[in-house]
Design a protein around this ligand. Structure first.
Ligand code: ADP
Ligand code: MG
Length: 290
């Protein structure tokens, strides 16, 4: 059984369903847990405008999990993501995949940003955007082209492969960015409010597509959102962060409901109410806009 049935069996699903058996076999690093371990981080250290963003923040993400990080605007969600991506270094504490310290960016951890327009290269066609990371890695042009097209197909963009980003809708751009991330066959997909800028229908469609891809390949996903509904529809775990300064994960909810989930489902709405209450403690009566 996979996550869709509510049971988590990482060894079976990940070994039976490699993203690309040829290339993944070579690069596979076996790990079990991604840990952000007691991390503290301040911006503008030692200056008058020093801001203590994170204080002793800890997250534990099991390999293959769909992990949602939920919190009010400005609480430090993107900062956590940047730490995991290796873009930022903590003042104290550490990020580890098992015993291996994360100190730098790496292709096993790939980020999907909210703003696809600025994430994609505007002068490259969709397929070239997807091929780019592979050719940088030294993959031959023909191989990169073939793999890019496979992933564009996976995200439903094959028929638009030769368009430039400006010719794509918001949802299509985000599909392209997703293909560009997936083609690198990352162990961990780091998604920073990836569908927040989409209209309601496109957002719902993209959520379903992402679940479909995750259930098929079972890469680990750390998914940042400020939207409780989204977190409850997607996450096996939903970690709620405190508001800053000195933010950290304050509570982690496990959701073992089968996918696809409906907010109207009794069990789902029950957990939604609990998570909402936890978040409301942080934001009070204000809206949690991201
Ligand atoms: P979130 O993603 O939850 O909205 P961020 O992680 O982007 O929040 O930011 C957390 C806090 O750190 C915010 O108060 C933000 O203003 C501050 N911050 C983020 N990046 C920087 C930076 N480069 N310099 C100074 N302050 C920053
Ligand atoms: Mg953010």
């Amino acid at each position: 059984m996979g996550a869709g049935q509510g049971t988590y069996t990482p060894e079976i699903s990940q070994h039976e369903l490699p993203l690309d058996s040829r290339s993944r076999q070579k690069r596979r690093v076996i790990w079990h847990e991604l840990v952000v371990d007691g991390v503290s981080l301040a911006f503008n250290k030692g200056k008058a405008n020093e801001y203590r963003a994170l204080e002793n923040a800890t997250l534990r993400v099991r390999r293959g999990d769909f992990y949602c990080l939920l919190g009010p605007s400005g609480c430090g969600k993107s900062t956590v993501l940047n730490l995991i991506a290796g873009f930022t270094r903590a003042d104290s504490g550490a990020v580890r995949m098992d015993q291996q310290l994360v100190v730098d960016a790496g292709t096993e951890r790939v980020v999907v940003f909210q703003d696809a327009s600025s994430a994609l290269f505007p002068w490259l066609r969709a397929h070239q955007n997807v091929e780019f990371g592979l050719t940088v890695q030294g993959v031959s042009n023909a191989n990169a082209a073939e793999r890019a097209m496979n992933y564009l197909d996976l995200v439903g963009l094959k028929d638009h492969a030769y368009k430039f980003p400006y010719e794509l809708s918001g949802g299509m751009k985000q599909r392209c960015q997703l293909a560009r991330a997936l083609v690198l066959e990352p162990e961990v997909l780091l998604m920073d409010e990836p569908f927040a800028a989409l209209d309601a229908i496109s957002k719902r469609i993209m959520q379903k597509e992402l679940l479909r891809i995750w259930q098929r390949y079972r890469m680990t996903i750390v998914y940042i959102t400020h939207d409780v509904n989204e977190a409850v529809l997607l996450g096996q775990k939903v970690a709620v962060m405190r508001r800053g300064p000195g933010s950290a994960v304050k509570e982690v909810f496990e959701i073992d409901q089968a996918y696809p989930r409906m907010l109207t489902d009794g069990a789902v709405s029950k957990i939604l109410a609990k998570i909402e209450a936890s978040l409301e403690e942080e934001v009070g009566a204000s809206l949690y806009v991201g």
